[in-house]
Design a protein around this ligand. Structure first.
Ligand code: BG6
Length: 515
């Protein structure tokens, strides 16, 4: 069935009521397909994935035959599963406004298979449900398998899909989406990639880093390469340094067990922060396509000066929050969080200085920082320019800053000096500000964007195998150095901007931005 027709019929039933949203929608709809979600009863699926898929479906972007097969350990009937999904949609903050009657129609697109992920019977069940939705709903023979499970199950499920023939692209496409973390260090990432490639070709694999699905993250490339005025300045002659911050006010929220194993380097630095870094630092791609962009992203990672464990203390600062106050309330320290060891040396804060040894950036440090229980939730990329060579005016030697506000208050601002009104030539810093809300449309959830891209076969916003490996290579020395317990932890109070050593890292003549 032609996809456009399918989409049109669906939107007859579900008229799109938000014309602004309509303007942001893709022109192309994916070919009819089925989304198979392993771990469908888990937290990520309920809070993020299902609302994102529902939003796409309700907007008529997925076509009439689109179906979901949920897979989980629990045994459940289809009706019980549908009730669970509808409840998740009604309660998730991420769900779009629900149009009348649409939940019931969506429920008809849902089927469930229960079973252990290491039992071949589970995959037989998936195969027969797929065949069923293909014939009963016209879903087509295309399928995306989403592994929304703990990483320890990735290999088991990938193998199960391979052995049951579900990964074979015979008369339709088959794709695999996996969630970060992709491994827990270089060795395990290499092993995971190897394992996955026993079953899947790289073009079938989509690794999700949800930061790449954020509208404002994509805008870094759009602003750099869609304008002429920035790129000539984007180099060592004009840029003094770059700061990338991903601050979070939240603590563990019940994730202490996971976080004890991960820590901030695996949780944020190896993936989200390095992704932001790559987009700011990469060379212009030869085309705006998946391979051209990812080639450049890999190249810039390869240009970063290696950080062996012996040098980690010079370029990386670790922190862990102790008890403190946030928004006027007392909050406990990391070591008092549930499922966290009372003498844990897991880092909840990292600041790192990256030196890029290539023609564009030699001598320009990139400072990256991220932490839990900082004073607020804010993500920003700031390009800080050199000072003017000569101070002709009083107060006129400030550094210009181009800042991408990734979240919240999404936008871009440029700080520069201007004459203050009056007879004297006195300068003061002013800010020119672009805010995304000027477009008058809500921003799409990163998961909607990425899921749709995977269904469309567009891998541009998904880290490639070699990218993931280089990112692990880069942080390996830090992880190794930090294996040793640090007696000085905790070293920042919850509700503050991290340990003092982070200020020393950025140097006496620079300051972290007040966000
Ligand atoms: C996740 C991390 O990948 O990203 C979390 O596991 C973190 O610890 C989250 O809170 C941050 O994402 P966002 O989109 O809220 O900035």
């Amino acid at each position: 069935m032609p996809t456009d027709e399918a989409t049109m019929r669906l939107s007859d039933v579900l008229p799109v009521t938000n014309p602004l949203r309509e303007g942001m929608k893709r022109k192309r709809a994916p070919e009819p397909c089925t989304l198979v979600i392993f771990g469908v009863t888990g937290d990520l699926a309920k809070r993020k994935l299902l609302p994102a898929v529902f939003g796409l479906w309700q907007d008529g972007q997925l076509g009439a035959g689109f179906s979901i097969v949920g897979v989980g350990r629990a045994s459940m009937t289809d009706d019980e599963f549908r009730a669970l999904v509808l409840e998740a949609l009604r309660t998730s903050k991420e769900t779009d406004e629900i149009q009348e009657g649409s939940l019931e129609l969506f429920a008809a697109a849902l089927a469930y298979v229960g079973g252990d992920f290491d039992a071949p019977g589970t995959y037989d069940g998936v195969r027969s449900r797929l065949a069923e939705v293909e014939s009963s709903r016209g879903a087509g023979r295309n399928a995306v398998f989403y592994l929304s499970t703990p990483p320890s199950l990735f290999e088991t499920i990938s193998t199960g899909l391979g052995e049951s023939g579900l990964s074979r692209e015979e008369d339709g496409w088959r794709r695999l989406i996996i969630e970060k973390p992709f491994g827990r260090d270089l060795q395990s990432a290499l092993a995971l990639n190897d394992h996955i490639h026993r079953v899947w070709e790289e073009h079938q694999v989509y690794r999700i880093d949800h930061y790449l699905g954020k509208e404002t993250v994509q805008n870094v490339l759009a602003i750099r390469f869609g304008n002429l005025i920035f790129e000539p300045l984007w180099n060592r002659s004009y840029v003094e340094h770059v700061q990338i911050t991903a601050a979070e006010d939240l603590g563990m929220e019940g994730r202490g067990g996971y976080y004890e194993e991960a820590g901030v380097v695996r949780d944020m630095l190896q993936n989200h922060l390095l992704q932001l870094f790559q987009l700011v630092a990469m060379e212009p791609p030869v085309a705006f396509d998946a391979d051209a962009i990812r080639d450049e992203k890999v190249k810039v990672l390869r240009s970063v000066r290696a950080i062996p464990a012996s040098r980690a203390h010079e370029v990386a600062v670790r922190g862990q929050y102790g008890p403190g106050a946030l928004y006027g309330e007392r909050v406990r320290g990391y070591r008092e969080e549930e499922k966290v060891a009372p003498d844990s040396s897991t880092a909840t804060f990292v600041a790192v200085k990256l030196e890029v040894d290539n023609w564009r950036w030699k001598g320009v440090p990139f400072f990256l920082r991220s932490g839990k229980r900082l004073p607020k939730k804010v993500t920003e990329v700031a390009v800080v320019f050199r000072r003017p060579p000569l101070g002709l005016f009083p107060g006129g030697l400030e550094r210009n800053v181009l800042a991408f506000r990734i979240q919240p208050d999404e936008g871009v601002s440029l700080k520069f000096s201007s004459k203050t009104p009056g007879q004297e030539n006195v300068l003061r810093e002013v800010v020119m500000d672009f805010r995304y809300d000027a477009f008058g449309a809500e921003l799409e959830s990163p998961y909607s964007r990425l899921l749709l891209d995977a269904m469309l076969g567009d891998a541009t916003l998904f880290p490639r195998e070699d990218e993931v490996e280089h990112a692990w290579r880069l942080v390996s020395g830090i992880l190794e150095a930090w294996q040793k317990p640090d007696a000085a932890l905790p070293n920042y109070a919850a509700g503050t901007w991290g340990p003092d050593a982070a200020d020393e890292l950025i140097g006496p003549d620079r300051r972290w931005r007040h966000l």
